[in-house]
Ligand binder design. Sequence first.
Ligand SMILES: O=C[C@H](O)[C@H](O)[C@H](O)COP(=O)(O)O
Length: 184
Amino acid sequence: MNDPVENAKRLAAFKAVDNHVVDGVIGIGSGSTVVYAVERLAQKVKDEGLEVICVPSSFQAKQLIIQHGLKLGDLEMNHNLKVTIDGADESDHMLTLIKGGGGCLTQEKILASCAEEFVVIADYRKASTHLGEQWSKGIPIEVIPSAYRVVYQKIEKMLGGKSDLRMSGSSKAVGFLCEQHKSP
Ligand SMILES: O=C[C@H](O)[C@H](O)[C@H](O)COP(=O)(O)O
């Protein structure tokens, strides 16, 4: 693989799985980086007899789990997660994250909240001192569709800036409010 970004994503994902995954229930986040984590999980199941049940955070994650022949779980049956592995859109120096850029957020947060450990994998482009240095598309906020106008107005009143409704395209969530701050 010659693409440095894809290489970085793959290396980070493999390391995360190698260092943090043990037998048990694993939460699977969403996005292009998590793809490599699932690839590594499948290798370890096959080669090392790792025993995991994978709980997906999205339709994409569910498809990944199925495609790799991993055991599929859900939060009703498996709510004590050993670890959740996920990607991020940006991380500041305190490891505060922007997430949801790919259209998944609430379900990812639920999986993170159920896990003993939350491991985020990201390549070098996502690291910043202050959020917003790398990610310029606004802060994703997932809303219940019927509440989007109310949330929209409240955010603008409280914080200023401008909010845009982002409909989920091909993939994952139902409706998304993307809140973008203007510079003061
Ligand atoms: O909504 C998507 C999720 O929060 C992803 O984890 C995030 O967007 C990172 O995705 P990627 O690994 O494709 O950069």
